[in-house]
Design a protein around this ligand. Sequence first.
Ligand code: SAM
Length: 249
Amino acid sequence: MLFDVITIFPGMFEALRFGVVGKALERGLIELRAVDLRDFTFDKHRTTDDRPYGGGDGMVMKVEPVAAALAALAGGPSARKILLTPQGRPFDQALAAELAEQGRLILVCGRYEGVDERIRSYVDDELSLGDFVLSGGEVAAMALIEAVARLCPGVLGAAGAAGADSFSGSLLEHPHYTRPPEFEGRRVPPVLVSGDHAAVARWRREQSLRRTLERRPDLLDQAELGPADVEFLAAHGWGPPGRRRDHGD
Ligand SMILES: C[S@@+](CC[C@H](N)C(=O)[O-])C[C@H]1O[C@@H](n2cnc3c(N)ncnc32)[C@H](O)[C@@H]1O
Protein backbone atom coordinates (compact mmCIF):
# COMPACT_ATOMS: atom_id res chain seq x y z
CA MET A 1 0.00 0.00 0.00
CA LEU A 2 1.34 3.42 -0.95
CA PHE A 3 0.22 6.49 1.00
CA ASP A 4 0.94 9.85 -0.64
CA VAL A 5 0.17 12.87 1.51
CA ILE A 6 -0.03 16.45 0.26
CA THR A 7 0.76 18.84 3.09
CA ILE A 8 2.53 22.07 3.98
CA PHE A 9 4.08 20.24 6.97
CA PRO A 10 5.71 17.07 5.58
CA GLY A 11 7.92 16.81 8.67
CA MET A 12 4.89 15.97 10.81
CA PHE A 13 4.70 12.56 9.15
CA GLU A 14 7.97 11.52 10.78
CA ALA A 15 5.70 10.72 13.74
CA LEU A 16 4.56 7.64 11.82
CA ARG A 17 8.04 6.12 11.98
CA PHE A 18 7.21 4.49 15.32
CA GLY A 19 5.34 1.39 16.44
CA VAL A 20 3.36 -0.84 14.11
CA VAL A 21 3.31 1.61 11.20
CA GLY A 22 7.03 2.36 11.63
CA LYS A 23 7.84 -1.36 11.44
CA ALA A 24 5.59 -1.80 8.40
CA LEU A 25 7.45 1.06 6.70
CA GLU A 26 10.84 -0.45 7.57
CA ARG A 27 9.74 -3.83 6.22
CA GLY A 28 8.44 -2.26 3.02
CA LEU A 29 4.90 -3.52 3.64
CA ILE A 30 3.61 0.01 3.22
CA GLU A 31 5.17 3.12 1.73
CA LEU A 32 4.65 6.72 2.78
CA ARG A 33 5.55 9.83 0.80
CA ALA A 34 4.89 13.21 2.34
CA VAL A 35 4.76 15.70 -0.52
CA ASP A 36 5.53 19.34 0.28
CA LEU A 37 2.73 21.45 -1.17
CA ARG A 38 5.13 24.41 -1.38
CA ASP A 39 7.01 22.57 -4.15
CA PHE A 40 3.93 23.16 -6.32
CA THR A 41 3.56 26.89 -5.81
CA PHE A 42 4.11 29.48 -8.52
CA ASP A 43 5.67 32.45 -6.76
CA LYS A 44 8.95 33.18 -5.01
CA HIS A 45 7.23 33.25 -1.60
CA ARG A 46 5.87 29.73 -2.23
CA THR A 47 2.38 30.90 -1.29
CA THR A 48 -0.22 28.23 -0.53
CA ASP A 49 -3.03 30.42 0.85
CA ASP A 50 -4.85 33.64 0.10
CA ARG A 51 -7.62 35.87 1.44
CA PRO A 52 -11.19 34.64 1.02
CA TYR A 53 -13.37 36.07 -1.73
CA GLY A 54 -16.26 37.89 -0.10
CA GLY A 55 -14.13 38.92 2.86
CA GLY A 56 -14.05 37.50 6.35
CA ASP A 57 -11.51 36.12 8.75
CA GLY A 58 -8.87 33.55 7.99
CA MET A 59 -7.07 32.40 4.89
CA VAL A 60 -8.03 29.83 2.29
CA MET A 61 -5.70 27.29 0.71
CA LYS A 62 -5.25 28.01 -2.96
CA VAL A 63 -6.58 25.44 -5.42
CA GLU A 64 -3.74 25.67 -8.00
CA PRO A 65 -0.89 24.22 -5.90
CA VAL A 66 -3.07 21.36 -4.64
CA ALA A 67 -4.30 20.58 -8.17
CA ALA A 68 -0.68 20.75 -9.43
CA ALA A 69 0.49 18.38 -6.69
CA LEU A 70 -2.32 15.94 -7.54
CA ALA A 71 -1.40 16.15 -11.23
CA ALA A 72 2.26 15.47 -10.43
CA LEU A 73 1.23 12.35 -8.49
CA ALA A 74 -1.03 11.14 -11.31
CA GLY A 75 1.49 8.60 -12.65
CA GLY A 76 2.08 5.21 -11.08
CA PRO A 77 -0.54 2.95 -9.52
CA SER A 78 -4.09 4.28 -9.62
CA ALA A 79 -5.03 6.01 -6.41
CA ARG A 80 -8.09 7.04 -4.43
CA LYS A 81 -7.74 10.76 -3.75
CA ILE A 82 -9.09 11.85 -0.39
CA LEU A 83 -9.55 15.33 1.04
CA LEU A 84 -9.51 15.46 4.85
CA THR A 85 -12.25 17.82 5.99
CA PRO A 86 -14.59 18.04 9.00
CA GLN A 87 -17.40 18.31 6.44
CA GLY A 88 -16.64 14.91 4.92
CA ARG A 89 -18.15 11.46 5.31
CA PRO A 90 -17.33 10.09 8.78
CA PHE A 91 -14.30 7.80 8.68
CA ASP A 92 -14.88 4.48 10.46
CA GLN A 93 -13.51 0.94 10.69
CA ALA A 94 -15.59 -0.32 7.74
CA LEU A 95 -14.14 2.45 5.58
CA ALA A 96 -10.64 1.67 6.87
CA ALA A 97 -11.12 -1.93 5.73
CA GLU A 98 -12.37 -0.74 2.33
CA LEU A 99 -9.39 1.61 1.90
CA ALA A 100 -6.95 -1.15 2.91
CA GLU A 101 -8.04 -2.97 -0.28
CA GLN A 102 -6.78 -0.08 -2.42
CA GLY A 103 -3.20 -0.13 -3.65
CA ARG A 104 -2.69 3.56 -3.14
CA LEU A 105 -4.23 6.53 -1.35
CA ILE A 106 -3.49 10.22 -1.90
CA LEU A 107 -4.45 12.30 1.13
CA VAL A 108 -4.87 16.07 0.91
CA CYS A 109 -4.39 17.98 4.18
CA GLY A 110 -6.07 21.33 4.54
CA ARG A 111 -5.02 24.19 6.82
CA TYR A 112 -6.48 27.60 7.71
CA GLU A 113 -10.18 27.80 6.69
CA GLY A 114 -9.72 24.79 4.42
CA VAL A 115 -9.05 24.38 0.70
CA ASP A 116 -10.75 26.44 -2.03
CA GLU A 117 -14.08 24.69 -2.75
CA ARG A 118 -13.05 23.95 -6.35
CA ILE A 119 -10.68 21.23 -5.09
CA ARG A 120 -13.72 19.00 -4.69
CA SER A 121 -13.66 18.29 -8.44
CA TYR A 122 -10.15 16.86 -8.11
CA VAL A 123 -10.70 14.31 -5.34
CA ASP A 124 -12.73 11.11 -5.11
CA ASP A 125 -13.76 11.39 -1.48
CA GLU A 126 -13.99 13.80 1.44
CA LEU A 127 -13.49 12.20 4.83
CA SER A 128 -13.88 13.48 8.37
CA LEU A 129 -12.31 12.09 11.49
CA GLY A 130 -15.24 13.21 13.63
CA ASP A 131 -17.46 16.09 14.64
CA PHE A 132 -14.69 18.38 15.84
CA VAL A 133 -12.33 20.82 14.12
CA LEU A 134 -8.58 20.28 13.98
CA SER A 135 -6.20 23.00 12.86
CA GLY A 136 -4.99 20.92 9.95
CA GLY A 137 -5.55 17.69 8.05
CA GLU A 138 -2.18 16.18 9.03
CA VAL A 139 -3.26 14.56 12.31
CA ALA A 140 -6.43 13.32 10.59
CA ALA A 141 -4.34 11.85 7.75
CA MET A 142 -2.00 10.19 10.25
CA ALA A 143 -4.93 8.65 12.09
CA LEU A 144 -6.37 7.38 8.81
CA ILE A 145 -2.99 5.90 7.82
CA GLU A 146 -2.66 4.17 11.22
CA ALA A 147 -6.14 2.67 10.93
CA VAL A 148 -5.72 1.55 7.30
CA ALA A 149 -2.12 0.31 7.59
CA ARG A 150 -2.89 -2.12 10.42
CA LEU A 151 -5.41 -3.81 8.11
CA CYS A 152 -2.90 -4.26 5.27
CA PRO A 153 -1.58 -7.82 4.80
CA GLY A 154 1.38 -8.69 7.04
CA VAL A 155 1.37 -5.44 9.04
CA LEU A 156 0.07 -7.00 12.26
CA GLY A 157 2.16 -9.91 13.46
CA ALA A 158 -0.49 -12.42 14.48
CA ALA A 159 -2.77 -13.33 11.57
CA GLY A 160 -6.24 -11.97 12.18
CA ALA A 161 -5.18 -9.85 15.17
CA ALA A 162 -7.25 -6.95 13.84
CA GLY A 163 -10.26 -9.21 13.40
CA ALA A 164 -11.20 -9.00 17.09
CA ASP A 165 -10.57 -5.26 17.39
CA SER A 166 -13.43 -2.97 18.33
CA PHE A 167 -15.82 -2.25 15.43
CA SER A 168 -14.88 -5.47 13.58
CA GLY A 169 -18.25 -7.16 13.22
CA SER A 170 -19.70 -3.92 14.61
CA LEU A 171 -18.98 -4.75 18.27
CA LEU A 172 -16.65 -3.24 20.85
CA GLU A 173 -13.89 -5.58 21.92
CA HIS A 174 -13.89 -7.46 25.24
CA PRO A 175 -11.67 -6.18 28.11
CA HIS A 176 -8.04 -7.30 28.40
CA TYR A 177 -5.94 -8.23 31.46
CA THR A 178 -2.33 -9.17 32.01
CA ARG A 179 -0.15 -9.94 35.07
CA PRO A 180 -0.33 -9.50 38.03
CA PRO A 181 -3.44 -11.58 38.82
CA GLU A 182 -4.38 -9.10 41.55
CA PHE A 183 -3.63 -5.35 41.72
CA GLU A 184 -4.68 -3.26 44.71
CA GLY A 185 -7.53 -5.66 45.46
CA ARG A 186 -8.72 -5.84 41.84
CA ARG A 187 -8.61 -9.41 40.60
CA VAL A 188 -8.47 -10.75 37.06
CA PRO A 189 -11.78 -12.53 36.24
CA PRO A 190 -11.22 -16.18 37.30
CA VAL A 191 -12.41 -17.57 33.95
CA LEU A 192 -9.34 -16.05 32.24
CA VAL A 193 -6.98 -18.14 34.36
CA SER A 194 -9.16 -21.27 34.29
CA GLY A 195 -7.47 -22.81 31.24
CA ASP A 196 -10.95 -23.54 29.83
CA HIS A 197 -10.65 -22.12 26.31
CA ALA A 198 -14.33 -22.54 25.46
CA ALA A 199 -15.35 -20.71 28.65
CA VAL A 200 -12.85 -17.93 27.90
CA ALA A 201 -14.22 -17.54 24.36
CA ARG A 202 -17.79 -17.46 25.68
CA TRP A 203 -16.88 -14.89 28.38
CA ARG A 204 -15.14 -12.67 25.83
CA ARG A 205 -18.07 -12.78 23.46
CA GLU A 206 -20.50 -11.91 26.24
CA GLN A 207 -18.29 -9.08 27.49
CA SER A 208 -18.07 -7.74 23.97
CA LEU A 209 -21.87 -7.83 23.61
CA ARG A 210 -22.42 -6.33 27.07
CA ARG A 211 -19.94 -3.50 26.44
CA THR A 212 -21.47 -2.66 23.09
CA LEU A 213 -24.94 -2.65 24.62
CA GLU A 214 -23.82 -0.40 27.47
CA ARG A 215 -21.61 2.01 25.53
CA ARG A 216 -22.59 1.91 21.86
CA PRO A 217 -26.02 0.27 21.46
CA ASP A 218 -26.28 1.98 18.05
CA LEU A 219 -23.65 -0.45 16.73
CA LEU A 220 -25.80 -3.50 17.43
CA ASP A 221 -28.10 -2.73 14.50
CA GLN A 222 -25.24 -3.64 12.12
CA ALA A 223 -23.63 -6.37 14.24
CA GLU A 224 -23.32 -9.95 13.07
CA LEU A 225 -25.25 -11.73 15.82
CA GLY A 226 -25.95 -15.42 16.29
CA PRO A 227 -28.97 -16.82 18.16
CA ALA A 228 -26.94 -17.13 21.40
CA ASP A 229 -25.88 -13.47 21.08
CA VAL A 230 -29.47 -12.30 20.59
CA GLU A 231 -30.57 -14.39 23.57
CA PHE A 232 -27.81 -12.91 25.74
CA LEU A 233 -28.62 -9.36 24.66
CA ALA A 234 -32.36 -9.86 25.14
CA ALA A 235 -31.68 -11.05 28.69
CA HIS A 236 -29.88 -7.74 29.22
CA GLY A 237 -32.64 -5.50 27.95
CA TRP A 238 -32.05 -5.39 24.20
CA GLY A 239 -34.73 -6.16 21.62
CA PRO A 240 -34.38 -6.65 17.85
CA PRO A 241 -35.04 -3.62 15.60
CA GLY A 242 -38.60 -2.39 15.72
CA ARG A 243 -39.31 -3.47 19.27
CA ARG A 244 -36.14 -2.32 20.94
CA ARG A 245 -36.23 -1.43 24.61
CA ASP A 246 -33.79 1.06 26.06
CA HIS A 247 -30.98 -0.64 27.88
CA GLY A 248 -31.72 -0.66 31.58
CA ASP A 249 -35.52 -0.76 31.21
C1 SAM B 1 -9.43 24.63 10.76
S1 SAM B 1 -9.84 23.34 9.68
C2 SAM B 1 -10.99 24.14 8.61
C3 SAM B 1 -12.40 24.01 9.09
C4 SAM B 1 -13.40 24.68 8.17
N1 SAM B 1 -13.29 26.11 8.26
C5 SAM B 1 -14.79 24.24 8.55
O1 SAM B 1 -15.37 24.88 9.44
O2 SAM B 1 -15.33 23.28 8.00
C6 SAM B 1 -8.41 23.19 8.69
C7 SAM B 1 -8.20 21.81 8.08
O3 SAM B 1 -8.07 20.86 9.10
C8 SAM B 1 -8.52 19.61 8.62
N2 SAM B 1 -9.55 19.11 9.56
C9 SAM B 1 -10.07 19.77 10.59
N3 SAM B 1 -10.96 19.04 11.27
C10 SAM B 1 -11.00 17.84 10.65
C11 SAM B 1 -11.74 16.66 10.86
N4 SAM B 1 -12.62 16.54 11.84
N5 SAM B 1 -11.55 15.62 10.00
C12 SAM B 1 -10.68 15.72 8.98
N6 SAM B 1 -9.94 16.84 8.74
C13 SAM B 1 -10.10 17.88 9.55
C14 SAM B 1 -9.06 19.81 7.22
O4 SAM B 1 -8.08 19.39 6.28
C15 SAM B 1 -9.28 21.29 7.18
O5 SAM B 1 -9.17 21.80 5.87
